[in-house]
Design a protein around this ligand. Structure first.
Ligand SMILES: [Fe+2]
Ligand SMILES: [Fe+2]
Length: 361
């Protein structure tokens, strides 16, 4: 069920607003670039920025202008000064919440590599990967994949923002990792394209941003944290720390995800994305810790704390994501905002190929 190219690669249609601020921004974006009302968002003071649907969607609306843009939205909005000012107002409580949640420990004597290892070792997130491996049913697995599609269909893009901001060994290390993520320049091996096949095999919508309306604030936050770090040069250390934490906590969970899909009867086309990451990320972990983050800190020692902050923030937001999914499922609820979002009609050829998925909503 592959999509026409514009649906497949974006831009996505504007999502539905989730409150007054995202409604004002989405409404403005439908018109040619113009100044937003003075003071819009000036009273922004969300109690829980990471769980605030209106704030997270507002940030996502602003950030996406720097990726694929939005369907039907004038590209001139990307650098519209009053929209950038509003984004800065929305980023303040978001970044403050991340700094509270992801406050890194002091740099240990072993340096940034030891600091990253200690953070990951101390990570006590709930067992989302083990649940998907052993117990989740197909509907729950599809929910998980729908949540992750927001990121995986543009996998690696946020960390690429670091490339022009680095030189020397750290840049070479990032290029080495990103080259793998982008399939060494082969479309069919790009990780985003491998994930598209997983979506397709699960009977899910393979369109870019197809599940934006379905995913809650915490899922948007896992994406927004990468965009925040990626779009601010001052946060380049945090961006690299974020990538290191990703790679350090990827290999084992991806083995579990693949095994979970096999338990549910899915074939190797569906599991390929996860299988690919088992070995690739075991290698990426070493590059990210020693060559990327280590390389950066050797040149800019003052950024060591930022590297650990980025890693701690990545782990903390991912922990909230896992808590949300497992909590929803334990309560017998969908983890998505709209369960109907996963109901897709499969063409006959795909239904036949999908085998065990036929008829699953
Ligand atoms: Fe990847
Ligand atoms: Fe990787």
């Amino acid at each position: 069920m592959l999509e026409p190219a514009d649906r497949r690669y974006g831009p996505a249609p504007l999502p539905q607003p989730r409150g007054p601020l995202s409604a004002a921004v989405a409404g403005a974006l439908r018109r040619p670039p113009h100044d937003l009302p003075a003071g819009l968002g000036a009273d922004l003071d969300p109690a829980d920025p990471l769980a605030d649907e209106d704030l997270q969607l507002t940030l996502f609306l602003c950030y996406e202008l720097h990726y694929r843009g939005w369907r039907g939205v004038d590209e001139g909005w990307e650098w519209q000064p009053t929209l950038l000012a509003l984004r800065a107002r929305a980023e303040r409580p978001f970044e403050a919440a991340l700094r509270r949640l992801g406050a890194p420990p002091p740099l240990p004597p072993g340096g940034v590599a030891s600091g990253l290892a200690e953070l990951v070792a101390a990570d006590d997130g709930p067992p989302l990967a083990a649940t998907l491996q052993r117990r989740a049913d197909l509907a729950q697995f599809r929910e998980f994949v729908a949540h992750r599609s927001v990121y995986h269909l543009r996998e690696a893009d946020p960390h690429s923002w670091a490339l022009p901001r680095l030189g020397g060994p750290a840049k070479a290390a990032l290029v080495e990792i990103q080259t793998d993520e982008y399939g060494n320049g082969r479309l069919d091996r790009m990780h985003a394209e491998l994930f598209r096949r997983t979506l397709d095999r699960l009977g899910l919508d393979t369109g870019y941003g197809a599940y934006l309306d379905a995913v809650p604030a915490v899922t948007l936050a896992t994406n927004n944290v990468m965009s925040l770090f990626g779009l601010h040069r001052r946060l380049r250390g945090a961006l690299l720390g974020h990538l290191a934490a990703f790679e350090m906590t990827s290999s084992v969970p991806n083995r579990r995800y693949g095994n979970g899909l096999r338990r549910l009867g899915l074939d190797e086309v569906a599991t390929r994305f996860y299988d690919e990451h088992v070995e690739a990320d075991a290698v990426h972990e070493q590059i990210a810790v020693h060559d990327l983050c280590g390389g950066l800190v050797r040149v800019e020692p003052a950024l060591a704390g930022d590297v650990l902050f980025g890693a701690a923030a990545a782990l903390a937001v991912d922990r909230l994501f896992a808590v949300h999914l497992l909590g929803s499922w334990a309560a017998g609820r969908s983890s998505l905002r709209a369960r109907t979002a996963l109901t897709v009609s499969l063409p006959a050829t795909v239904s036949a190929a999908a085998g065990p998925l036929a008829g699953v909503a």
